[in-house]
Design a protein. Structure first.
Length: 169
């Protein structure tokens, strides 16, 4: 009988001191394995999307560069004047005069008003306005006055007030 009691105590000791703690530890490790497996799968799915994200980043960088051309960090009036002078020459506009005024500060930008006067055929004037609208530089016409100079030839006299914009930096 003493042997059976000793054996029963040894089995109970083994179950409570050895087997059950080891079983709980094994279950905890299996849970960690499952968790890490899910994490690896999620990371693999994210990694599959990296080429798409890289392409999207590249497109956004291109848009930012285009925006910087439209809304530059400085006035860069020289390039703008070259562009409109080139267009006015191509369209045979006469007496083309421009005068930049003082820049005005906005919330996070500056606007530079420019006053222009010229003469030309009405269709060429229309083409000039269209070309100015399609320039890379962000512009806004704030005043436009067209007066007929010669009805038969279609010659008009034009006065334009427009703004170009640039950021503070």
């Amino acid at each position: 009988m003493g042997l059976s009691i000793g054996l029963a105590v040894a089995v109970l000791l083994f179950v409570f001191a050895g087997y059950l703690p080891a079983r709980h530890r094994l279950e905890a490790l299996e849970g960690q394995i499952q968790s890490k497996t899910r994490e690896v799968e999620e990371n693999q799915n994210k990694a599959r999307n990296l080429p798409l994200l890289a392409l999207e980043v590249q497109e956004l960088e291109t848009r930012v560069r285009d925006y910087d051309r439209q809304f530059p960090k400085q006035a860069e009036i020289g390039d703008f004047i070259k562009d409109i002078t080139r267009v006015s020459t191509q369209l045979a506009l006469r007496d083309f005069k421009y005068s930049p005024l003082s820049p005005r500060r906005g919330d996070s930008y500056f606007e530079l008003p420019i006053q222009m006067n010229f003469q030309g055929d009405f269709s060429n004037v229309f083409s000039f306005l269209s070309e100015v609208e399609h320039l890379q530089r962000l512009t806004r016409v704030r005043k436009l006055a067209i007066k007929s100079k010669d009805i038969k030839s279609g010659m008009v006299e034009v006065e334009i007030g427009l703004n170009i914009y640039f950021s503070e930096g």
